[in-house]
Design a protein around this ligand. Structure first.
Ligand SMILES: NC(=O)c1ccc[n+]([C@@H]2O[C@H](COP(=O)([O-])OP(=O)(O)OC[C@H]3O[C@@H](n4cnc5c(N)ncnc54)[C@H](OP(=O)(O)O)[C@@H]3O)[C@@H](O)[C@H]2O)c1
Length: 248
């Protein structure tokens, strides 16, 4: 299916995990994809090669989203490639850290909010001039924003902030024809997820899910591609749970 042919997309954190799968899904649907990465240049180039081999268009773009000026720089680089029109932004890049309340440091707290909240906020701001009618922004939230899972206090708060921004941005940008949504995965087997690395972790994940298997990045990417497409044209301001029925 080429539901996104002629569209341009930026996926942050597309070198690995959910971002990589989303970039491949958008490219598979026909979009030209800008594959953003932080440090994993080789992995990002591998995603670009995979897209090109399948006949698609892709470029890799680096930016450390913990840096205050990174969204501005990334937006400039995006404009240099796509010109005056970006159709899809998947703000996926993120970091997580579990810690007891007593052990959470200021440095960890600030870094979590810098990468997971400040960067996507200012990336939307900086890309607004080239996001227009029919544009779709997809944030990546998490089940932990609405249900308590482990000791993820600061991380969970970043995802709560994302769910709030989804509503505020959607309300503000609807009149420009831009839709803003989020997907909220449960446990997904990626480098980030401790839950999938041990039997105890996997059992804990399965114990809180209605569906009894561990999700892979593709389970999330299909919903990202759907939200980016015209099929989702009447959905905005929503955070869609994509979590196998976690913590029902
Ligand atoms: N895995 C889960 O169970 C799960 C569940 C719910 C929500 N999520 C959310 O899903 C999103 C993707 O997570 P994932 O599991 O796919 O994680 P992952 O495999 O660890 O990948 C994280 C991606 O984010 C990028 N990134 C991290 N810090 C960055 C920085 N400072 N600057 C630029 N890029 C940075 C990484 O780029 P480089 O490697 O190039 O540095 C990488 O591409 C995150 O927002 C996460 O919170 C994950």
């Amino acid at each position: 299916m080429s539901t996104l042919s002629g569209k341009t997309a930026l996926v942050t954190g597309a070198s690995r995990g959910i971002g990589r799968a989303s970039a491949l899904a958008l490219a598979g649907a026909g979009a030209q994809v800008l594959v953003h990465y932080g440090r994993a240049a080789n992995e990002a180039e591998a995603v670009v090669s995979e897209i090109r081999k399948a006949g698609g268009r892709a470029e890799a773009l680096a930016a450390d989203l913990a840096a205050p000026d990174a969204p501005h720089k990334l937006a400039r680089d995006v404009r240099a490639i796509v010109g005056e029109r970006l159709d899809i932004l998947v703000a996926n890049a993120g970091i997580s850290k579990a810690a007891k309340i007593e052990d959470t440091t200021l440095e960890d707290f600030d870094r979590l909010f810098a990468v997971n909240v400040r960067a996507p906020f200012f990336l939307v701001q900086q890309l607004l001039p080239i996001l227009g009618q029919g544009g779709s922004v997809i944030f990546v939230s998490s089940v932990v924003a609405r249900a308590v899972v482990g000791q993820l206090y600061a991380y969970a708060a970043t995802k709560g902030a994302i769910d709030t921004l989804v509503k505020y941005f959607a309300a503000a940008l609807g009149e420009r024809g831009i839709r803003i949504n989020a997907v909220a995965p449960g446990v997904v087997d990626t480098d980030m997820s401790n839950f999938t690395k041990t039997e105890a972790g996997r059992n804990a994940a399965l114990g809180m899910q209605a569906l009894k298997r561990i999700a892979g990045p593709n389970d999330i990417a299909g919903v990202v591609a759907f939200l980016a497409s015209d099929e989702a044209r009447w959905i905005t301001g929503d955070t869609i749970r994509v979590d196998g029925g976690s913590k029902l």
